[in-house]
Write a protein that binds this ligand. Structure first.
Ligand code: CMC
Length: 430
C-alpha cells in the first residue's frame, strides 16, 4: 500500500498520509485537507467517511463478517451470553470468573430506579410510545446522579456503566407497564439479566411469569446480536454527543432517539407491520415486492438492505436459525413467518434486489421471534436499545479515554441565499 495519496487541485499537487486498519481497511488521513488546500470533502450520508479509529467491533460487509473485539459473532452467539458480551465490548476482553462475578453484582446492585423516578412515569399519557419514554427517562436519570457530569473517573465510569445497562431494562419494562396501565413489577435480585427483564414485563401481582428455557435463550441471543455494530447511526450519535463531554446518560438517551427511526432500529417494528399488512390484504407477498421496487410507492422491503453489508447479514443468518429452533421447540406457527420466508425467497431471486445486493438484515426475523415470545410490537425497538446499550457505552468509553479526542464538528457546503439585507415589515410585499 502506498504511504501517501496525491491530489492535484487547481494545479498544485498535495500529499496526504494513508493508513491501514489491522484488518486491511484502507484510509486517507485528510485531517489537514482544509488548512492545506481550502477544500473540504462532501460525503452525503457519510458512506465514505471514517469518523474515528475504534478497537471495538469489526465488520467486513462484503464477506458478511462481524466480530466483537476480534471474536466472530457466530462463536459468541453459540457459546456466550449477553452480559458476558457486554463486559467484552466495554472492557475489551472476556471476563475472568472474578471479573464476571463483580460485574454481575454491580448490575444487581444498580437495577432499582431512584424512587422519585416513578413519578416521571405518571406524567406520560397512556399509550405513549415506549421509545419516547425510554429516551426521556434515561436522560432524566442524569438528574439523580450528579457525579456523572464531566469526564468520569474509572471507578465512577464502571458504576455508571453498570447502572445504565441494568436500569435501561428496568425503565423499558416500567415504560411498557405504564403504557398498558399495569402496575409496576420490581426486579428480583436473585434473577439473572434476561429472566429479570421478562419478570418485570410479565409477572403480575397475582401470578409469577415463568419463562421457558428456549424463550430465555432466544431473548438473550437477540440482546447479544444487537450489542454493537460499529459506527451505525445511533452509535455515531452517542459518540457525537459524548465528544462535547456530555455525560453518559445524556449520550445514551441521544442514541435511543437515533435508534427509533424506521431506517435504523425502528425497522424491527416496521417489518412486523409490513408483514401484518401483507397478511391482512391477502397478498402472498408478490404485490408488495413489486411495490417495494417502485420508487414512487413510498414503500421499501423493511428488514432488507444495509449500508455496510453487501452480503447476508451474519446476524440475520443466526436469528433465522434461532427462529426456526424456537418455533419447533414451542410447537407453534405464525402466518407472518411464512410470509417472511416467501418474501425473502422472492427477493433473493429478483434482479432488483440481487443487483443492489440487498439481503435480509438483523431486523427481518427478530420481530417474529419477539412476537413468539409475547413482546408487543411497540416494544421491539426498545429491546434493540437494551441490546445496543453495551456498544454505546463501549464507544462512549473510547471517546472519554482518548487523550486526542476533539469535539465532533463537521463542516458543510453552504447553498442558501448569498448576502441579503433586512427589510422592515412595513416595506415587505404582502
Ligand atoms: N427495499 C427496496 N429498495 C431498497 C431497499 C429496500 N429495503 N434498501 C435499499 N433499496 C434500494 C434503494 O432504493 C437504492 O436504489 P437505487 O440505487 O435504484 O436508487 C439502493 O437500493 C441503495 O439503497 P440506499 O437507500 O442508497 O442504501 P443506504 O445504504 O443509504 O440505506 C438502509 C441502507 C438500511 C437504510 C436501506 O437499505 C433501507 O431503507 N432498508 C430498509 C430499512 C431497514 O431494514 N433498516 C434496518 C437496517 S439494519 C439494522 C440497523 O441498522 O438498525
Amino acid at each position: 500500500m502506498s504511504n501517501t495519496a496525491k491530489f492535484d487541485l487547481d494545479g498544485t499537487v498535495y500529499e496526504f498520509p494513508t493508513l491501514e486498519g489491522c484488518e486491511g481497511e484502507k484510509a486517507i488521513d485528510i485531517s489537514t485537507l482544509r488548512s492545506k488546500t481550502g477544500y473540504i470533502t462532501l460525503d452525503d450520508g457519510y458512506g465514505n467517511t471514517g469518523s474515528c479509529s475504534s478497537a471495538i467491533t469489526f465488520i467486513d460487509g462484503d464477506k458478511g463478517i462481524l466480530r466483537y473485539r476480534g471474536i466472530p459473532i457466530e462463536e459468541l452467539a453459540e457459546k456466550s451470553t449477553f452480559i458476558e458480551v457486554a463486559y467484552l465490548l466495554i472492557y475489551g476482553h472476556l471476563p475472568k470468573r472474578s471479573e464476571m462475578r463483580k460485574f454481575s453484582d454491580m448490575l444487581t446492585e444498580n437495577q432499582i430506579l431512584h424512587e422519585n423516578m416513578k413519578h416521571h412515569f405518571e406524567g406520560f399519557p397512556d399509550h405513549s410510545h415506549p421509545m419516547a419514554m425510554l429516551s426521556s427517562m434515561i436522560n432524566a436519570s442524569s438528574c439523580f446522579y450528579p457525579g456523572l457530569m464531566g469526564p468520569a473517573s474509572r471507578d465512577r465510569f464502571d458504576k455508571h456503566a453498570a447502572r445504565l445497562i441494568s436500569q435501561v431494562r428496568t425503565i423499558a419494562a416500567f415504560s411498557y407497564r405504564k403504557s398498558r396501565g399495569l402496575p409496576i413489577t420490581y426486579p428480583k435480585p436473585a434473577y439473572k439479566y434476561t429472566p429479570n427483564f421478562l419478570h418485570m414485563m410479565f409477572s403480575e401481582p397475582y401470578a409469577e411469569y415463568e419463562p421457558k428455557v428456549e424463550v430465555l435463550r432466544a431473548l438473550d441471543l437477540i440482546f447479544l446480536l444487537h450489542a454493537d455494530h460499529e459506527q451505525n447511526c445511533s452509535t455515531s450519535t452517542v459518540r457525537m454527543v459524548a465528544s462535547s463531554q456530555a455525560n453518559l446518560f445524556a449520550s445514551a438517551a441521544a442514541g435511543v432517539c437515533a435508534l427509533w427511526g424506521p431506517l435504523h432500529g425502528g425497522a424491527n417494528q416496521a417489518v412486523i407491520e409490513m408483514l401484518q399488512e401483507i397478511h391482512t390484504s391477502g397478498d402472498d407477498g408478490r404485490r408488495f415486492i413489486e411495490e417495494a421496487k417502485d420508487k414512487n410507492s413510498g414503500k421499501r422491503l423493511m428488514g432488507f438492505g444495509h449500508r455496510v453489508y453487501r452480503n447476508y447479514d451474519p446476524r440475520a443468518k443466526i436469528i433465522k436459525g434461532a427462529c426456526d429452533a424456537l418455533f419447533k421447540a414451542l410447537k407453534i406457527s405464525d402466518p407472518l413467518l411464512e410470509i417472511a420466508q416467501r418474501l425473502e425467497d422472492a427477493a433473493l431471486h429478483d434482479s432488483y434486489f440481487v443487483e443492489r445486493k440487498l439481503y435480509p438484515n438483523v431486523d427481518f426475523y427478530s420481530g417474529i421471534i419477539m412476537r413468539a415470545i409475547g413482546i408487543p410490537t411497540e416494544m421491539f425497538t426498545v429491546l434493540f436499545a437494551i441490546g445496543r446499550m453495551p456498544g454505546w457505552i463501549a464507544n462512549f468509553k473510547e471517546i472519554i479515554e482518548d487523550p486526542k479526542s476533539r469535539i465532533n464538528r463537521p463542516r458543510q457546503v453552504y447553498v442558501g441565499p448569498t448576502l441579503s439585507h433586512y427589510v422592515p415589515m412595513a416595506e415587505r410585499e404582502e
